[in-house]
Design a protein around this ligand. Structure first.
Ligand SMILES: Cc1cc2nc3c(=O)[nH]c(=O)nc-3n(C[C@H](O)[C@H](O)[C@H](O)COP(=O)(O)O)c2cc1C
Length: 160
């Protein structure tokens, strides 16, 4: 049986998700970020989260070798930042409103929630790697509406 990868990808897009930006620090002054929707919770005790990274990404080495990273859950006002950090080769956080973290990699200012993570494990998984992070600090700022991604488009939650 032939497997239609494009159709598979489109079917996976039927799962509505939130959107996060993961940041890590290449040096004290140089930080980089990537837009992901594969973020999910894993464990409460110990506190673990995961996200998946495409092996083809030119950010692959930087993130899989990182000792720490920060997950910022995006609000609807972050849509432009999300699109920018999803562009191929566009890793720089220059000009993006950031907030410092105790761990190092900055969070996005006014993120819906922030999880500061120490790298726990990297698991090989086909054309992606699964990155497990141990959450050492977190915060919530939920005044804004979360950004949603569904079938290749951004949206927001309609409050019932
Ligand atoms: C909404 C959205 C979610 C994404 N989620 C992921 C993801 O979970 N993992 C991943 O590796 N790339 C994800 N991407 C793609 C990356 O953001 C980026 O486009 C890709 O890494 C290619 O750029 P690069 O080669 O410069 O890293 C996502 C893109 C968008 C727009």
């Amino acid at each position: 049986m032939t497997f239609d990868t494009r159709a598979f990808r489109n079917a996976l897009g039927s799962f509505p998700t939130g959107v996060a930006v993961i940041t890590t620090s290449a040096s004290a002054e140089h930080h980089l970020g990537i837009t992901v929707n594969s973020f999910t919770s894993v464990s409460l005790e110990p506190p673990l989260v995961l996200w998946c990274m495409d092996k083809k990404s030119d950010r692959y080495q930087a993130f899989t070798k990182a000792t720490s990273y920060t997950v910022s859950i995006l609000g609807t006002e972050h849509q432009e930042v999300s699109s920018r950090l999803a562009k191929q080769g566009s890793h720089s956080l220059d000009g993006i409103a950031l907030a410092p973290t105790a761990l190092g990699p900055p969070s996005l200012q006014d993120a819906h929630a922030v999880f500061e993570c120490e790298a726990e494990a990297v698991h090989d998984a086909g054309d992606h790697a699964i990155l497990i992070g141990r959450v050492v600090r977190f915060s919530r700022h939920e005044e804004n509406a979360p950004l949603v991604y569904y079938r290749g488009r951004y949206g927001s939650l309609s409050q019932g």
